[in-house]
Design a protein around this ligand. Structure first.
Ligand code: BGC
Length: 497
């Protein structure tokens, strides 16, 4: 080999070394970036941890806040609103009633036949509320609702007869009677400023009159209250109702004398349904992460609905997106597609659920969702696993916190088994307790349900958990409101509570 040959060989070797060195350096930096992603994941997981002792602290905090909210208005972030529902259906109600169920992006109109021990929804329409109406004026929104009801009844016989209407309005309302009450504030993305402080039943009655309908609101109820009414109709052991859907909330039957802020208001039954508005519950024991703070900053109701923002359908996908976006910024895990993760609310909760539900060996559904919905192509399996894990953490925390909330109610009612003496003798018999439950997250997302059920057993223990049934009601929020319209209409029969 001549000098030239040697020179070429030497420079080839040098180039190979340089390439190898560059490759090694690239791999090392890729490994470092992946380690960063894993560290972010661990940090998030730790921040969301809800071991049983922490859940018990949440339960106790919930009970303390329930007492404070019952003692005075403004005494707690838990509003503990009076509903004036002191009588639940007795079972002998009869007739045809209507309901309007408004509380999310869709609203529903129902015709409900009540009688012979059953409540049957005989007709139902569901209408999407145009986005601009969630931000306009209350008159525009309710005109739209009234016109939809008008079209609904116009196809029926006796369209001019007077009708009793149950109005499910799933936002915090300070009730002044069972059929009137003013909106305290909007939640769940609605923001119609001129409605705050107004009597929403009156506003709807005016819109109904404008549209020429002979219909009046007989019962103004929260969706939890409708759900409780229907649940109790079918099973008298039902003492509370929970909604876990776009938003979250609970109500339960309280003794009137425990509602200190009632100031002597008497009810025939000695009890009243209290709308907790638990979405606004807050406690330092809640596992809050920096992502929850960022989410809160993005919303129109900052510093409000803290519990709801960790649990309900509007928010879970967004929490996961915030985590993935941070990972994308601090690593190359999503390649050039990182930017696609920067738009708020692009990962919806149904997508989060589909990602978590994917049990195929190569997570093909996760790949599809990343590609089609987030425009992130070609993710390796380990990245898809990472995404699924983030969705799992968000789901698990939400479900376990909801379980703690439910146990909080049971504890306030003395039905959590804490009356069981250490010797195992019960001071009082453990009674069967039913909690009516509704909402897309609980009904449509089995993983969420399993986590919730598991946490209930963990907090309550097997024996007590066996006495507690969560029972899904169908159309409870709407049909239950029609049922309450029946209880409170002129042909009222006295129900019980
Ligand atoms: C509202 C509640 C409602 C819950 C479930 C919350 O955002 O404040 O009134 O019951 O969502 O729909």
């Amino acid at each position: 080999m001549g000098r030239v040959g040697l020179g070429v060989a030497a420079s080839c070797a040098a180039a190979t070394c340089a390439i190898a060195a560059a490759l090694v350096a690239r791999r090392a930096s890729a490994r470092a970036r992946w380690r960063r992603v894993v560290a972010l994941l661990r940090e998030f997981e730790d921040g969301c941890a809800t071991p049983t002792p922490r859940l018990r602290q949440v339960v106790d905090a919930m009970v303390v806040e329930m007492h404070a909210g019952l003692a005075s208005d403004g005494g707690s972030k838990l509003k503990m609103l009076l509903t004036f529902v002191d009588a639940l259906p007795a079972g002998n109600e009869q007739g045809t009633y209507y309901s309007i169920d408004l509380g999310g992006t869709n609203f529903r109109v129902l015709r409900v036949e009540v009688g012979a021990g059953s409540v049957v929804t005989s007709r139902k329409v569901e209408v999407t509320i145009p986005e601009e109406l969630t931000k306009g004026t209350i008159e525009e929104l309710f005109n739209f609702v009234a016109m939809t009801l008008k079209e609904f009844v116009e196809t029926e016989d006796g369209k001019d007869e007077q009708r009793a209407l149950g109005f499910t309005f799933s936002f915090p309302v300070r009730q002044t009677s069972v059929s009137s009450g003013s909106l305290i504030r909007w939640t769940k993305g609605f923001f119609i400023e001129d409605a705050v402080g107004k009597d929403v039943a009156q506003c709807l009655n005016e819109a109904l009159a404008r549209s020429g309908l002979n219909v009046r609101v007989t019962a103004l109820v929260n969706d939890t209250v409708g759900t409780l009414a229907l649940g109790h109709y079918y099973d008298e052991d039902t003492v509370a109702a929970v909604i876990i859907g776009a938003g979250t909330n609970a109500c339960y039957i309280e003794r009137t004398d425990a509602i200190i802020k009632c100031q002597g208001l008497l009810t025939n039954s000695g009890g009243m349904v209290v709308n907790m508005e638990w979405g606004n519950f807050w406690s330092s024991h809640l596992p809050r992460t920096p992502y929850d703070i960022s989410l809160d900053d993005e919303t129109q109701n900052r510093n409000e609905q803290g519990f709801e923002k960790m649990i309900s359908g509007i928010y879970l996908g967004e929490i996961a997106r915030l985590v993935l976006h941070r990972m994308a910024l601090e690593s190359d895990v999503f390649g050039d597609a990182a930017y696609n993760l920067s738009t708020p609310f692009t990962l919806s909760t149904p997508l989060l659920a589909a990602i978590r539900k994917d049990d195929s060996p190569d997570l093909s559904e996760v790949r599809r969702i990343l590609q089609e919905h987030l425009k992130i192509p070609d993710t390796p399996l380990k990245t898809r696993r990472l995404v699924a894990k983030v969705c799992d953490i968000v789901t698990q925390r939400a479900a376990r916190l909801a379980a703690a909330g439910i146990v909080g109610i049971l504890k306030k009612l003395g039905r959590d088994g804490s009356g069981v003496a250490s010797s195992g003798r019960t001071r009082g018999q453990l009674r069967r307790t039913v909690v009516a439950i509704e909402g897309g997250l609980y009904e449509g997302y089995p993983v969420f349900r399993e986590y919730l059920d598991e946490a209930l057993v963990e907090i309550l223990g097997e024996e007590v958990a066996q006495t507690v049934a969560l029972r899904v009601t169908e159309d409870g929020s709407g049909a239950g409101a029609a049922l309450l319209a029946a209880v409170h209409s002129s042909n009222r029969q006295q129900g019980s509570i």
